[in-house]
Design a protein around this ligand. Structure first.
Ligand code: ADP
Ligand code: ZN
Length: 721
């Protein structure tokens, strides 16, 4: 009689599927989370259907027995199919995908009771610099000694010392305490006719199978209110809901609105959770207690017990594209999850991506439109400022006509927003004497001056250095100049122009946590801020009724460099930031500074011709065979050794198969030729829609070898290149 065996996928991407013997009395089925011995180690893995993962068969007598089954629900068949699809489509190891399903070892094996610590407010008499740093960073937080120490970047001993000194107190946490239940009937809004029609359509989709829906509504039209009704219906039917948000900083306003509608907060899933919160959330998701989960893209792979609806909010956002590890696009994977789970997926956006619009056009997704702002609010007017005709004075970036508008808005007691998608004070520091430029030692990128934090920083690898006092090249002391503006510099300009105005800078440097986002929202709502200067962080989600003027400082910024999506992204970004203006009863106006008011993007924005713009962009892509009409994949070869990265990239290039409908460009230095100390070469694959380009690339790369110092990553459907 054959022994019962199990094929197990572990979380170790270097290992293929492994076979084990299932000991008598151990109940293992596909999806069971198991403990599998390997050498002296015990690995966590998931039992899989053996026929779906062909591997070398091992004789029964050589099989080791499984060590145990973890006491959590089995990974469901739809989720197993999603993992397989993701691994196949994005050319990634199944184990790497599975790590997103089982991201928390504490959820699987950790204790239910945990000891955490939080500040008491007491300042210890002996205050070393280390202790001071720890206390200031720990403020308002709670966590284990390890978590607090790593958050504060001090040793565990410093944190323990603070506990002994009475500055931190012990809290016992029960990681499995029950969650509050959102009440679908807590505070339903009165919807207007257009909203009600869209909501009814979504409500009837719950429980009726796979149904991808684009909720295309102008900014301020009430998309959130509409999909909240679909969430309410899913809760009534006892199903779970996942809401994907593009940015963690956006969760706070979302949580507030959700609580107002449903009476309690949803379960949040993001990288900043403590391990006790992580365990509690993961387990509640897996056993069905977590009714509504809001999270960043990684929450897409969690093992929901009975998912009934997925909402992707701001579905056009680039941040849904994961650029490291498994390089997936969360918007597209969300639709695939909906397909396997047989549930509706709502893609909500005021500016749906061309790919998404195309799916509507060919009838694969349906579309619900909201054409008007809710209540009395009107769409804002958009006007271009031609910087060649109306230039700012030397060393300044705000044109006289925009200054006048800001002044008028201040006098009227209304709020204004200046948008520039560039963090820091200046993107480049230059020596006037010798021309030296400060470059990152690890990346092909300039060091960006951050005056608020007193340093230069690389935006790609995080390398920082103190602000230089003299030029390292020629030694000159007064020769360093900041070139170009970042948001901090615009804020300085505003302070000089309007010393009495209260300004706030909103970037990931100032809003790094949901709590900081909440502070900012409260200050805006209380009228304590007159002028906001912000990056793309400010373009989405926020609703400030008294904000009536938006100035786009440099509309040309995103149009440089021939990226496929440059025009589309500029259009979306300016539409979104314009959408912050005039959301209350006062009308909004938007001024767009540009050197080229005749550029099609700017003309379309000013003329309000979104459809014309999208039609022209779509045609251009069709003519060039670009996505969504053709497919792209980038093969990036990287190594700390430049010559080696070039050699391997060349070998891969020479091994390229000749396949009808496919063309290979490169190798050439990747757009960021050096990143985090690794030299990067890139090959770009352009293929016809119908070609199974993944299959071709799998075979192709399978025939080339490289040393372990070289990394070859394939980015299928690269977002920017
Ligand atoms: P969008 O996401 O489409 O930009 P929101 O859902 O944020 O729009 O709605 C804009 C504002 O209008 C929010 O403050 C929201 O609470 C309010 N609102 C929208 N619809 C209604 C409604 N039917 N009743 C009351 N307030 C509404
Ligand atoms: Zn760098």
């Amino acid at each position: 009689m054959p022994l019962p065996r199990a094929r197990v996928v572990t979380l170790n991407a270097a290992l293929g599927p492994l076979d084990y013997r299932v000991p008598d009395g151990m109940a293992v089925k596909p999806g069971s989370v198991v403990v599998a011995p390997l050498g002296p180690r015990q690995l966590i893995g998931v039992a899989w259907e053996a026929d779906r993962l062909p591997t070398e068969e091992i004789g029964d007598n050589r099989l080791r027995p499984l060590a145990g089954v973890v006491d959590v629900p089995a990974i469901s068949a739809p989720l197993r199919r999603l993992c397989e699809w993701t691994a196949d489509y994005y050319l990634s190891p199944l184990a790497a995908v599975l790590r997103m399903v089982l991201p928390s070892s504490s959820a699987l094996a950790g204790p239910r009771q945990m000891i955490e610590y939080r500040p008491t407010g007491l300042v210890p008499p002996r205050l070393t610099p280390q202790r001071e740093q720890a206390l200031s960073r720990i403020e308002g937080r709670q966590g284990t000694v390890r978590e607090l120490a790593s958050h504060a970047e001090v040793s565990d001993a410093v944190v323990r010392g603070l506990v002994n000194a009475g500055a931190l107190e012990r809290v016992e946490v029960d990681a499995d305490q029950p969650l509050p239940e959102p009440d679908p009937d807590f505070a339903p809004p009165a919807l207007n006719a257009e909203q009600a029609a869209a909501a009814d359509s979504l409500i009837s989709a719950i429980g009726s199978g796979f149904d991808p829906v684009v909720l295309d509504g102008v900014t301020g039209s009430g998309k959130t209110e509409v999909y909240f009704e679909a969430i309410a219906e899913a809760i009534r039917q006892g199903r779970q809901v996942l809401v994907l948000l593009p940015e963690i900083a956006l969760t706070e306003p979302f949580l507030t609105r959700f609580t107002a509608r449903f009476g309690c907060e949803p379960v949040a899933w993001h990288s900043d959770l403590r391990s006790s919160q992580r365990r509690r959330a993961w387990r509640a998701i897996a056993n069905g207690d977590a009714k509504v989960v809001v999270g960043a893209r990684s929450s897409l792979f969690l093992p929901y017990a009975n998912l009934g609806l997925i909402v992707v909010d701001e579905a056009h956002e680039p941040s849904f594209k994961q650029e490291e590890g498994v390089q997936y696009h969360a918007r597209d994977v969300a639709v695939m999850r909906g397909h396997f789970e047989e549930i509706p997926v709502v893609l909500a956006s005021a500016t749906p991506a061309i790919e998404t619009r195309h799916m509507v056009q060919i009838g694969r997704y349906r579309e619900l439109q909201l054409t008007e702002r809710h209540g009395a609010a009107e769409m804002p007017s958009i006007r271009a400022i031609d910087l060649t005709q109306d230039p700012p004075p030397r060393g300044r970036w705000i044109a006289p006509s925009l200054v006048a508008e800001l002044e008028a808005n201040l006098a009227a007691g209304q709020q204004s927003l200046l948008f520039l998608n560039r963090r820091g004070f200046a993107p480049l520091t230059l020596c006037r004497t010798c021309g030296h430029r400060f470059q990152c030692p690890n990346c092909t990128a300039w060091m960006v001056e951050h005056r608020l934090m007193h340093r230069l920083a690389c935006h790609h690898c995080g390398h920082v250095m103190p602000p230089p006092k003299q030029c390292p090249e020629c030694g000159d002391e007064d020769s360093l100049v900041a070139c170009g503006p970042g948001v901090e510099r615009i804020a300085d300009e505003v302070a000089e122009l309007f010393p009495e105005a209260r300004t706030a800078v909103v970037t990931s440097d100032t809003i790094w946590s949901p709590a900081r986002a909440a502070e900012f929202v409260h200050a805006m709502e209380a009228g304590k801020i007159d002028i906001v200067v912000g990056t793309q962080l400010i373009t989405k989600g926020y609703h400030f009724p008294n904000l009536t003027l938006v100035g786009v400082v440099d509309a040309d910024l995103g149009l440089q460099g021939g990226d496929l999506r440059a025009a589309e992204r500029t259009f979306q970004q300016i539409q979104q930031v314009a959408g912050r203006a005039g959301r209350g009863d006062k009308p909004g106006r938007v001024l767009v500074q540009t050197h080229d008011p005749d550029a099609p993007v700017i003309a379309a924005l000013v003329g309000g011709d979104a459809l014309g713009f999208y039609a022209a962009e779509t045609e251009a892509r069709r003519d060039a065979g670009m996505p969504p009409f053709g497919r792209l994949a980038a093969i990036v070869v990287s190594s700390e050794d430049k010559a080696e990265s070039e050699a391997v990239a060349r070998r891969i290039g020479l091994a390229a198969p000749s396949v009808e409908g496919m063309a290979v460009f490169g190798p050439a230095p990747a757009p960021l030729a050096m990143l985090r100390g690794r030299h990067r070469q890139r090959l770009l694959v352009h293929a016809a829609r119908k070609l199974d380009v993944q299959d071709v690339i799998r075979d192709w790369l399978g025939g080339v070898e490289w040393s372990s110092k070289v990394r070859v990553a394939v980015d299928v459907d690269p977002y920017s290149f």
